[in-house]
Design a protein around this ligand. Structure first.
Ligand SMILES: *[C@@H]1O[C@H](CO)[C@@H](O)[C@H](O)[C@H]1NC(C)=O
Ligand SMILES: *[C@@H]1O[C@H](CO)[C@@H](O)[C@H](O)[C@H]1NC(C)=O
Ligand SMILES: *[C@@H]1O[C@H](CO)[C@@H](O)[C@H](O)[C@H]1NC(C)=O
Length: 344
């Protein structure tokens, strides 16, 4: 009986995953932005070469990588088409029934984090989602929309900017909040976001942990004191945040009926790749492919950047902040394997 149930489950997983998971939605920052920033009044963009040079179309799209983001790979693993950015003019009608991408590069758990770059944070992304749900009812009818919203998978990937582009660089914020208080502030924003998404009908939500922040090439360049090793204080912040995020996930699970909330921990994967690159098929872990790879991101990574590598697949990082599509695929595989059982 049990084995019959299991084989039925696997059968349906492979054959009609599309029916089990009708849509995938993404919230967060530039690690998963599919191009929303192209339509915002911000300088923080990636819609010019060499961004996108290994993407399906070989064109820049606004994705902050040479190719696909983890969300793109995840959509493929779920048997879904790649989601369009919410602000893309073609994001309408049947193009949006299998999911939408609401992520904005430069944003964080806190709205203040994206404010200097003029990009909406999680509160703004939720407003977009709310409009989306109303629009979806008009496209597929109430019953179908309710099904898409409640059975769809929601992924949240954010938080690095709250440290890298806010706490670490803003003495006023450091003066106002201790490290513990700042972490609590990020977690209360996460809780608020998850509850709001739930109240709009979402039930299958996955939150992605922080990567080892201190190993980002830009962090190593700025705080590494000339060495090429990862910056301890930032990795420690990421680990402490992740541990607290996991317990916050546990308590939200207990408080919201029928929620499937998955905690996806990518820290060990990224740490392993950086410590053991060759085991994972990589050669270069400390420098991004674009330009000299130490401080090149967004407009500083462009067609004229001297030294851009010819083949990004041996690199963990594409620019000084964002992984290559090869690394993004590993991240997506890990997220899928960790999350799928908890979400169905
Ligand atoms: C709603 O779903 C039903 C099947 O459950 C389908 O036949 C119908 O075409 C859908 N409506 C729209 C507008 O997509
Ligand atoms: C999250 O916390 C639970 C205990 O609440 C623990 O069993 C689990 O291993 C933790 N997950 C990770 C990935 O650290
Ligand atoms: C890049 O390197 C990978 C693995 O080393 C190889 O499979 C791929 O063909 C290379 N791509 C190009 C464009 O040379």
């Amino acid at each position: 009986m049990i084995s019959l149930a299991i084989s039925l489950l696997f059968c349906s997983l492979s054959v009609s995953r599309a029916q089990l998971i009708p849509a995938a939605f993404t919230f967060g920052d530039s690690t998963v932005d599919a191009g929303n920033n192209d339509y915002l009044k911000t300088i923080f963009r990636a819609n010019f070469p060499p961004y996108g040079r290994d993407f399906d179309t070989k064109q820049p799209t606004g994705r902050f990588s040479n190719g696909r983001t983890p969300s793109d790979y995840l959509a493929a693993l779920l048997g879904l088409p790649l989601a369009l950015p919410y602000l893309d003019p073609s994001a309408k009608g049947q193009n949006i029934v299998t999911g939408v991408n609401f992520a904005t590069g430069g944003s964080g758990y806190l709205s203040e984090t994206g404010a200097t770059l003029n990009v909406p944070g999680l509160d703004g992304q939720l407003q977009w989602f709310k409009s989306y749900t109303q629009n979806l009812v008009k496209i597929v009818g109430k019953a179908n929309a309710t099904n898409i919203i409640s059975q769809g998978v929601y992924t949240l990937s954010t938080g690095s900017n709250d440290y890298v582009a806010n706490y670490y660089v803003n003495p006023l914020v450091q003066e106002k909040y201790s490290r513990n208080a700042f972490r609590s502030l990020l977690l209360s924003s996460f809780t608020q976001f998850t509850k709001a998404l739930y109240s709009l009908g979402a039930r299958r939500i996955a939150v992605v942990s922080m990567a080892p922040l201190g190993c980002l090439p830009s962090m190593v360049t700025l705080y590494g004191k000339g060495s090429l090793s990862c910056v301890d204080f930032a990795n420690r912040d990421a680990r402490l945040f992740n541990r607290a995020l996991n317990s916050t996930v546990t308590s939200i699970r207990a408080s919201l009926k029928d929620i499937k909330l998955a905690y996806i921990d990518i820290y060990p994967l990224v740490e392993d790749v950086i410590k053991n690159p060759s085991k994972n098929g990589f050669e270069q872990t400390t420098t991004g492919c674009c330009g000299i790879g130490r401080l090149a991101v967004s407009i500083l990574c462009n067609e004229h950047s001297i030294g851009t590598c010819s083949n990004a697949s041996k690199y963990v990082f594409w620019d000084s902040f964002h992984p290559t599509s090869t690394m993004n695929q590993l991240i997506a595989n890990t997220a899928f394997n960790q999350g799928i059982g908890q979400l169905l």
